[in-house]
Design a protein around this ligand. Structure first.
Ligand code: C5P
Length: 245
């Protein structure tokens, strides 16, 4: 199981060796939450994922499946056998496809089921694109909430969303429906990358984010272990403050 008190580190590297080199700079002999995306998965196949699982790490396999229900179901059955902790699909694939994804995972002969979450709208999609390209006339918030409801009805465990949307998701689902949020950036360190709708760690937790996905602020840092440990400390501290309030 992924540890909610730790961020999920996005292992976005151009080679397996780069990812391995990065991991040597992280705390030793401690299971980490790691996200493997398409880049590394397409480069290294399932072998690298399996080796990380064997080392005790908890893996979120961020492949965002989106295909006909039968193909997604069969693919999920195979992915479940890798021993991963979380996997995802695009909600835009429809409720039937999401249900098929869940059934695929359930039909795999494994001890512990990975969490299944849905991508609502990509954080890179603007409201204008929603209207002009997808021909969706509702607001981004309505669309994201609608997809979250569909994912819940399909039996999924949660959604990927922007940290700014997390509380909107809880409003239309329930408190245990998971929000997994990239776009985490410090208020104090100005960033110039592509993430636009960001929140800092404490604000994200207060806004009801369950799992924080953090990539470049850790992976591109000169001292990744220190940034990681600070993030863990901040998550714990904020959760304690909320519990004591
Ligand atoms: O480096 P950074 O902290 O921006 O990493 C965020 C990670 O989350 C990246 O791997 C990115 O692909 C992923 N992601 C995202 N926005 C989404 C879905 C996934 O940033 N809506």
């Amino acid at each position: 199981m992924l540890d909610k008190h730790q961020p999920i580190i996005a292992l976005d590297f151009a080679s397996v060796q780069d990812a391995k080199d990065f991991l040597t700079k992280m705390p030793k002999h401690q299971p980490l939450n790691l996200k493997i995306g398409m880049e590394l998965y397409y480069l290294s196949g399932s072998e690298f994922v399996k080796s990380l699982v064997d080392q005790g790490h908890k893996i979120f396999l961020d492949l965002k499946l989106h295909d006909i229900p039968n193909t997604v179901e069969r693919s999920m059955r195979i992915l479940a056998q890798l021993g991963i902790a979380m996997v995802n699909v695009h909600a835009a694939g429809g409720q039937e496809m999401m249900t098929a994804a869940k059934e695929g995972l359930l039909s795999a002969n494994i001890q512990s089921q990975p969490l299944l979450i849905a991508v609502t709208q990509l954080t890179s999609t603007s409201h204008e694109q929603l209207i002009t390209e997808q021909l969706i006339s509702s607001s981004m918030e309505d669309c994201v909430q609608h997809y979250a409801r569909l994912a819940l009805q399909a039996g999924l465990d949660g959604v990927v969303c922007s940290p700014q949307e997390a509380h909107l998701i809880k409003e239309v689902t329930h408190s245990h429906f998971l929000t997994v949020t990239p776009g985490i950036r410090s208020q104090h360190v100005p960033h110039t990358d592509d993430q636009k709708r960001t929140l800092d760690i404490a604000s994200a937790i207060r806004n009801k984010c369950d799992f924080l996905v953090i990539g470049r602020p850790i992976t591109r840092s000169n001292d990744p272990e220190q940034v990681y440990q600070q993030a863990v400390k901040m998550i714990l501290q904020t959760r304690k403050e909320i519990d004591n309030a």
